[in-house]
Design a protein around this ligand. Structure first.
Ligand code: NDP
Ligand code: OXD
Length: 314
């Protein structure tokens, strides 16, 4: 038994140290030191390079080191073995914190106060509404969406949600499917997107959708927070919606092209808050522990957790 580890764009060293620390007994291989491909039974990966997972005849499980699996499902060379994606309290907490922070920032008009401060202006005429006057609508009610909803409710926001299938979450209205999207959008002041990227969701955050959001709410226009995936949104449509006033402000952690190109107007738009895809980073400690639990489950003959359903795309 050997584990192949590869994470594009992350510190390889830090992850290998964590693997050695938590599982000194485990035979860990890397792309540069793969040895006999027949030994590899498990792979813990994030955006593996093309070809890395092909040609591993003993591979039994792929573990995605992130919650999203579009980096795997989009590849033609993906072997036909189960994929477990990380669902972990550390990652979930990070996303909840990001969503709560951004929602409060928009509620409290912090960007406006920042601008006033830069102008040395005492803007005491700006009086923000309170959370119970504002409805947050969460697209995607999975591990991350459900926790974000819980935190937003604790902060006093009205919260509604939308998912592919009917979800039942205490204290909030859950809408389901394309036929209930309109009703959900029409009541939403702050739209929080935590959808996976699939053929159905690609480009869903577009002009048509923005125009269906509640336009006369207490924030002076709807706000978008997207921490799902960049290709869920059309960057150009966001800029146009800000221009025409269909969106009041946006917080974006993800972008159609990452890193966000230097020339993108999103960087210095006064109504755009940019973070560099860090809303919920995968912590080596938490994810290595998760991966080891999945390997142990398989050793005991139990199915791994959080298996991806390939045909639905997440
Ligand atoms: P889950 O798989 O647990 O939840 C996905 C949710 O989206 C489910 O509620 C699902 O509906 C819903 N959904 C999927 N397709 C559709 C559709 N066509 N129409 C309506 N709803 C749909 O995922 P997580 O909550 O764990 O993660 C969500 C995404 O967050 C990840 O896929 C990833 O892209 C992103 N992410 C971003 C990070 C960042 O740092 N920015 C970090 C981690 C993740 P149903 O409940 O019916 O299945
Ligand atoms: C993830 C991410 O999917 O970091 O976990 O984007």
């Amino acid at each position: 038994m050997a584990l192949l580890f590869h994470a594009t764009g992350w510190s390889q060293e830090e992850w290998l140290e964590e693997l050695a620390h938590q599982a000194p007994w485990l035979d860990v291989r890397t792309a540069e030191n793969i040895g006999d491909p027949e030994d590899i039974t498990h792979a813990l990966v994030w955006k593996p390079p093309a070809g890395l997972l092909a040609g591993l005849p003993s591979l039994r499980l792929i573990i995605s080191a992130g919650a999203g699996v579009d980096h795997l499902l989009s590849r033609p060379d993906l072997p036909d073995v189960p994929i477990s994606r990380v669902v972990d309290p550390d990652l979930t907490r990070r996303m909840g914190e990001y969503v709560a922070q951004q929602a409060l920032m928009h509620l409290r008009r912090q960007r406006d106060f920042d601008a006033c401060q830069r102008r040395r202006e005492w803007c005491s005429d700006i009086v923000p509404p309170t959370a119970p006057e504002v409805t947050c609508g969460i697209m995607g009610l999975g591990a991350l969406g459900a926790e974000s909803a819980r935190l937003l409710r604790l902060l006093g926001f009205r919260v509604a949600g939308w998912a592919r299938t009917r979800r039942y979450i205490e204290g909030m209205r859950c809408h389901a499917g394309p036929e209930e999207l309109n009703e959900f959008l029409a009541a939403t002041d702050i739209l929080v997107c935590l959808l996976p990227l699939t053929p159905e969701t690609e480009g869903i955050l577009n002009t048509d959708l923005f125009r269906r959001l509640r336009q006369d709410g207490p924030l002076g226009g709807p706000v978008l927070i997207n921490a799902g995936r960049g290709r869920l949104q059309k960057d150009a449509d966001i800029l146009a919606a800000l221009e025409e006033g269909t969106l009041k402000a946006v917080s974006l952690d993800v972008f159609e092209t990452e890193p966000l190109p230097q020339e993108s107007p999103l960087w210095n738009h006064p109504a755009v808050t940019v973070t560099p895809h860090v809303a919920a980073v995968s912590s080596p400690r938490a994810v290595v522990a998760y991966a080891l639990r999945q390997i142990a489950r398989m050793e005991r003959g139990e199915p791994p957790e959080n298996l991806v359903e390939r045909q639905r795309g997440y």
